[in-house]
Design a binder for this molecule. Structure first.
Ligand code: HEM
Length: 237
């Protein structure tokens, strides 16, 4: 008698793939063709929902990274932080699908969004919170070592502290790059000088691009420039 590959997991679905991946629930989360007011709602919902999933992963990896830093496992924390950064990059790439959303189509879809706004995105809120906790853990790790950020950045680039600092700045930068792309997508679709569904002027999104999760890691670069061999060229602050 040969092997049988009948499903063995419990749950909804004809196959173990469907049961484990919970595809029935997942694929029921988009409005049906009967419910939508425009076909492109599917594109609009999937980009947002997929983003929330990638941010869920980014948040979980960032939280693990913070725990690893507190356990003094800096190399492992850097790798974990890299996963979070990649998840943010993938979310950024997905924004490109919205270039297919015509400005007038969005005006139609907008009528059924209520006051829903990206400001309420649970994924972004959770990631920011997790990243701030990672930043605190990093600051504590540097404070506990016999160095400071400026010395760290003048020293070897292969120390666990330096590699972790660069993993953090990478995450910070990739979130800003998402914001750059999101600002371009938003203005390409709704234009400049108007407000979003939450009443925020769209152009304030451009100011958020310069927000920093780990400001000290950006400041230390300025400090290096102001104190480096070419410092005489720098205007006094
Ligand atoms: C049709 C495409 C989109 C347009 C026109 C758009 C427009 C806007 C506007 C006008 C705001 C300002 C707040 C408001 O009043 O609503 C905003 C904020 C925001 N949106 Fe979008 N958005 C789009 C797609 C997305 C996608 C796919 C995401 C992914 C979750 C997203 C996430 C956010 C976030 C997180 C904010 C808060 C600002 C920030 O943290 O940078 N948006 N969006």
């Amino acid at each position: 008698m040969g092997n049988t590959y009948e499903p063995i997991l419990s749950g909804e679905g004809a196959t173990d793939y469907e049961r484990y991946m919970r595809t029935a629930v997942l694929l029921s989360l988009q409005r049906t063709p009967e419910q939508v007011i425009h076909h492109d709602e599917l594109l609009f919902q999937i980009v947002h929902q997929a983003t929330e999933l990638w941010l869920k992963l980014a948040t979980a990896e960032t939280a693990v990274a913070a725990g690893l830093v507190r356990d003094k496992r800096l190399a492992a924390a850097s790798a974990q932080c890299g996963r979070a950064s990649l998840a943010v990059t993938i979310a950024t790439q997905q924004l490109e699908m919205l270039t297919y959303l015509a400005p007038w189509t969005f005006q139609l879809i907008r009528t059924i969004l209520g006051h829903g706004s990206g400001f309420e995105s649970p994924g972004w809120k959770a990631l920011r919170q997790a990243a701030l906790e990672l930043g605190t853990a990093f600051d504590e790790a540097v404070a506990a070592s016999d160095t400071n950020l400026a010395e760290l950045y003048r020293g070897d680039t292969d120390t666990p502290e330096y590699i972790l600092a660069e993993a953090l700045i990478d995450l910070d930068e990739r979130i800003s790059v998402w914001r750059v792309h999101h600002f371009k997508v938003a203005t390409r679709i709704i234009g400049h000088g108007v407000t979003g569904t939450k009443g925020t002027p769209v152009d304030t999104l451009s100011k958020l691009i310069s927000q920093q999760l780990f400001p000290r890691l950006w400041q230390v670069r300025t400090e290096l420039t102001r104190t480096g061999p070419m410092a005489y060229n720098e205007p006094a602050s």
